[in-house]
Every structure is written in C-alpha cells, then in structure tokens.
Design a protein around this ligand. Structure first.
Ligand code: GUN
Length: 280
C-alpha cells in the first residue's frame, strides 16, 4: 500500500482562511502577545512564524523580545500586564526559557483564559478531566488533521510514542476522548516495535530522526509524524518517511505536515480565547 499524504500546508491554509473570513467582520481584532527570552535560533524562527500567521489572519500581534539576561520578575511582569490588557486575548511564552528561570512557575502566571498554548495546569487539568479549555497546539493540530482526512478514531488502537507534557500526554488524552484505545510508549517501553505494530493510528513524538521504521508499522496504519529534527541543516521527522509510506494508509510529511497545523491551531486557540473573553 502507498499512503495518502496528509497535506498540512493545505489544511493549515484552510484553517487560517476560515479564521480570516470571520475576523474580517469583527469590530475588534483578536490579539496575540508572544514573549521571547534570549537568542535561541529555532525559537526566533518559530516566533517569526507566529507573527506572520497572526498578521495573515487579521489579528493584532504583539511580540516582546527580552535578552537572555532578563529576570524572571520582568517576564512575570509582562505576563501579568498582558493578562490585564483588553487588546490581548492570547498570551504565549516561547520555550525554552533560560535555565535560570522556573518555566512551570512562569507559564502558570498566564491567565488560563488567555493560555493559548494550553500549558497551564488549569488547561492541562481540564483536558485530563474531559472539560473544555485550551488544548496544546501540536496535539490539537494532529487531531484536526485526522478529522479533516475523514479518519475514524472510535475504537481504534492508537499508539503514541513519547510522553512529553507538550505533545505525548495531551495527544493521548485527545485520542482517548475520541474513544480510541490508547497506549503511550517511551524510552523504557519493552519491545516498543511490537507495541507500535498494534497501532491503527501511530503518533511519533520522540524527537529522534527516522526512529519509526517500516517494520514498526502495521499495514494500513495512519502515521502522524510530530518530529522536527534538524540534521545537517535539513528538517527530518521521527518517521522514516520513504519506507513507512509504502506500508501506511495515511502519513504526514516533514516538513509540510504537523508543524504548519500546529501554527494554525495557535490562531484557532487565540480566536477561541477572543470569543470566550467576549462571551461570543
Ligand atoms: N517551543 C517549542 N514548541 C513550543 C510551543 O508549542 N509553545 C511554546 N510556547 N514554545 C515552544
């Protein structure tokens, strides 16, 4: 079987177009504030992408860049100011923060209603308990790609490789909410390949280039590749795309897959925050 490619570029463009159309008719623009601390090159690229997307869909965009020498108190002061700012509906602190800063403490200062990354304990807890709240953009994007591809999730065996708070754990919760039978694998999992081979839906989020090979994939499985690994200046996913695409029924490419949909979901979460904060 040769897999259908799930086109993240096309789907992200559709999501953004839907938002742009609605935003054009509003009196006030939804506003997204992004705080970037330090000079991490990948973070600078991501923040640039967020600003570009915000302007593209017609949002008000505020980017605050602080030097790596900034204090936690400065970052917290900014977060608290954005929490109160009526022009701002989404607040995002780009990660990683400098090692001297307490990431959890800073993230949890964000008003949960404006926490468009879904990283506060309140929003993580809401997802865990099955209540509505902001869901982290990458897993939300993966789910959106499955749904827009018409893939049935109910009753399927879903295997998530990776247990991070940002992707693996929330992804598992979302799939569970869609009535999949969910297994989470990680670095200590015994015979990970045989667990992965049980998957009807396989999500790879381990951060190791080409970790998932064809022998780990069941014939006809849906394979979602969350990996963004920079190897010799090239972006390589966690899935060995060339071999796995011959076995899977659907597969997401890297680049052109989950990454673009993650960015689109940030726009969606900001728009959702705007609606909730305005009782719409
Ligand atoms: N750094 C890498 N991915 C992310 C993300 O999704 N959100 C934030 N805030 N920082 C990140």
């Amino acid at each position: 079987m040769t897999a259908k490619i799930i086109d993240g570029k096309l789907m992200a463009a559709q999501v953004k177009q839907e938002i742009k159309k609605t935003v054009a008719g509003l009196n006030q623009k939804p506003g997204l504030a992004v705080i970037l601390v330090g000079e991490d090159p990948a973070s600078k690229t991501y923040v640039g992408g967020k600003e570009k997307d915000s302007l593209e869909v017609g949002f008000y965009s505020q980017i605050k860049r602080l030097p790596a020498t900034a204090s936690s108190a400065e970052v917290i002061g900014l977060v608290e100011a954005y929490n109160k700012d009526p022009k701002i509906h989404g607040v995002l602190v780009q990660l990683p923060l400098p090692e001297t800063m307490d990431e959890d403490d800073i993230l949890n200062r964000i008003d949960p209603a404006k926490d468009v990354d879904g990283f506060t304990y309140i929003n993580a807890g809401k997802l865990f308990s099955g209540n509505p709240g902001h869901v982290a953009c990458t897993p939300a994007g993966c789910l959106e790609m499955l749904k827009r591809s018409g893939i049935d999730i109910k009753g399927k065996n879903a295997v998530v490789i990776g247990r991070s708070n940002i992707v693996g754990k929330p992804m598992a919760m979302l799939l569970l909410k869609e009535h999949a039978t969910v297994t989470i694998c990680h670095s200590r999992t015994k015979d990970l390949a045989s667990v992965a081979r049980q998957a009807d839906i396989l999500v790879a989020a381990i951060g190791k280039p080409k970790f998932v090979t064809a022998d780990m994939v069941k014939d006809g499985a849906v394979v979602i590749d969350v990996g963004i690994n920079r190897v010799d200046g090239k972006l390589i996913g966690d899935v060995d795309f060339d071999s796995v695409k011959e076995k899977a029924s659907y597969i997401t490419p890297v680049p052109g897959g989950v990454g673009l949909m993650t960015r689109a979901m940030l726009m969606q979460n900001t728009f959702n925050a705007y609606k909730t904060l305005n009782n719409l």
